[in-house]
Design a binder for this molecule. Structure first.
Ligand SMILES: C[S@@+](CC[C@H](N)C(=O)[O-])C[C@H]1O[C@@H](n2cnc3c(N)ncnc32)[C@H](O)[C@@H]1O
Length: 215
């Protein structure tokens, strides 16, 4: 698995400035950030059991889940990100782990993640979903928010737009990280017998909400 820890350890202190819109290159990626986190939290608001959040970063979604009195446990591989999340949320367990290593023995009711799934290659995503499926109770939900593309054409046009706007860091991310076509991710859920719904949140980000055993 590619190791993003160094990058995120370095980004941890300024991460909240990026997501709340002070980094011009990424403004549109994080457009409606709070609405995206709220949408995810609403999707799992009926769950009484454990909700695992993977790749919590500085804990912004974790905080929202906690404020809804949900039983959330955070997973985060970057030490510096964990430190900031723990400062914000001293009452929540934020554990060292990642998409393929969740140090929780019990089955859980939901698994949520925002802006993190693209760190896995497609094969790793497939393995991760199979692994997470084993941790999830029947009728449990997986909710993933991330940049995804509705078609190859859409991706091509978006890359052109990003280049024209001279957002070269973003362009590099879009070319080198593992952003998927929506259809390719949906196939993985179908194979695992999940039903799913899709919602577009901005030019980049979609949310997939998938229910176990619903297909
Ligand atoms: C862009 S941040 C998103 C943080 C937060 N979820 C949010 O929405 O603001 C991506 C996070 O994913 C974490 N991450 C990177 N690779 C990961 C992996 N393989 N498994 C879980 N988390 C990972 C990073 O350490 C980082 O905290």
């Amino acid at each position: 698995m590619p190791d993003f820890n160094k990058l995120f350890d370095e980004w941890a202190k300024s991460y909240d400035k990026t997501v709340y819109g002070t980094d011009n290159e990424y403004v549109e990626v994080f457009q409606n950030y709070e609405d995206i986190l709220k949408y995810i939290s609403d999707e799992v608001a009926d769950k009484n059991g454990i909700i695992v959040e993977i790749g919590v970063g500085t804990g912004n979604l974790t905080k929202l889940l906690y404020e809804k009195n949900l039983n959330v446990v955070g997973i985060e591989p970057s030490k510096e990100m964990r430190k900031i999340a723990k400062e914000k949320l001293p009452n929540i367990d934020i554990l060292d782990g990642h998409f393929l290593s969740i140090p929780i023995d019990k089955k859980v009711d939901a698994i949520v993640t925002s802006y993190a799934f693209h760190h896995l290659t497609y094969d790793e995503k497939k393995k991760a979903l199979e692994y997470l499926d084993k941790k999830l109770n029947n009728n449990g939900k997986i909710v993933i928010a991330d940049t995804m593309f509705e078609s190859i054409e859409y991706k091509k046009n978006l890359l052109k737009y990003v280049e024209l706007n001279e957002c070269f860091n973003l362009l590099n991310d879009l070319k080198t990280e593992y952003y998927e076509l929506l259809d390719d991710l949906c196939v993985l859920f179908k194979e695992l017998n999940y039903s799913y719904s899709l919602k577009k949140m901005n030019k980049y980000v979609w949310v997939i909400s998938a229910v176990k055993g619903g297909y």
